[in-house]
Write a protein that binds this ligand. Sequence first.
Ligand SMILES: Cc1cc2nc3c(=O)[nH]c(=O)nc-3n(C[C@H](O)[C@H](O)[C@H](O)COP(=O)(O)O)c2cc1C
Length: 321
Amino acid sequence: MSPADLSVDLGRGLVLPNPILVASGTFGYGIEYGDVVEVDRLGGICCKGTTLQPRIGNITPRVTETPGGMLNSIGLQNPGVDAVVAKYAGTWAGWKTPVIVNVAGESVEDYVEVVQRLEGVSGVAGIELNISCPNVGRGGLQFAIDAGAAGEVTAAVRRATDLPLLVKLSPNVGDVRPIARAIADAGADALTAINTLSGIALAPSRRKPLLGNIYGGLSGPAIKPVALRIVYEVSQVVDIPVVAIGGVTELADVLDFLAVGAVAVQVGTAIFADPTLPVRLVDELTDECERRGIASYAELVGTALPPKPGAPSSKGVEYRP
Ligand SMILES: Cc1cc2nc3c(=O)[nH]c(=O)nc-3n(C[C@H](O)[C@H](O)[C@H](O)COP(=O)(O)O)c2cc1C
C-alpha cells in the first residue's frame, strides 16, 4: 500500500503537502531552525507576526511558565514587512514548504498596506491575519472580539490581495461563531483557531504582576480543551477549512483536532521543548493512516461532529414499505 495522502487544500491554490504546520511566533521565520529541523518536511510555516513598521516589542519580563503552559507578552517584536521580505523571502522561495506570513496591525489601513507589500513576492504562499490586536481606530478594542471589525478588516484585505487568506480567531470572546461567520462571509479562504488566552501572572513579591506588559497570552497543553471546543463550534458554522492550534504535543492531540473538524493543525509552544516534534508528527500521522488502512488522512476529519441537519442518513434508505 502506498503511503496515505496527507495533502490538504486550504483554498485559492494553497495546497499543503501535509496537515502539520508550525504556529506563528514559535518558529521565527523558519530560517533559525534550519540546522535542527527538516524544514522541507513540514506542511507549512506560519512566520512571526509582521507589521508595517519595525517593532521592538514589550518591556521585559515577557515570558513565564505556568502549569501546563506558558504566558507570553512579546509584543509583536519584528523588523517590519520590508525587512522581512528582503531578508527571508528569497530563502522561502527555494523551499517546498509553503510559508504563510502572519500579519498584524493597529488599523485596517495597516493590514492592507502590509499585505500589499507581500503581494507578488516569490516565497510568500499565503497570509494569516492576526486580528488579536488593538484597533486604534475603534478605541483600542481588538478586531478579533467584534464580528463587525473582524469582517471589516478581512474584507479590506481580501480586496487588496489574491493571496490565500487565513484569519486567526481569538478565544477571548463569549461566542466565537458570529465572528467566524463574519470572517468567512468577508472572503477568508480558511480560519485558524486559536490564538492565546489572555492571562496574568504575579511577581514573587505579590506586589505587582510579573510580566512587564501586565497581560500575557496563555498557550500550551492547558489551552487544548478551549481550542477543541472552539474548533468544534466553528467547523459546524462555516464552509471554509479550519486549521486548529492550541496545546498540541503528541499525535493524539492532532487526531483529536481532526476529529472535531480541523483539516490541519499548527504546533506552537511545544516547539520550544522539542523543535523536531512537528516533523515527527508527520511521520506518526502517516503511520497511523497505514495502521488504520485508510488512503487519506481526510477520513479522520470530523468524525466527532454531530451529523449535519438535513444530511442524508448514513444508514442508507430509512423508509421501508
Ligand atoms: C512566544 C509566542 C509568540 C507568539 N507570537 C504570535 C504572533 O506573532 N502572531 C500570532 O498570530 N500568534 C502568536 N502566538 C500564538 C501562537 O501562534 C498560537 O496561536 C498559540 O501559542 C497557541 O498554540 P500552542 O498552545 O500550540 O502554543 C505566539 C505564541 C507564543 C507562545
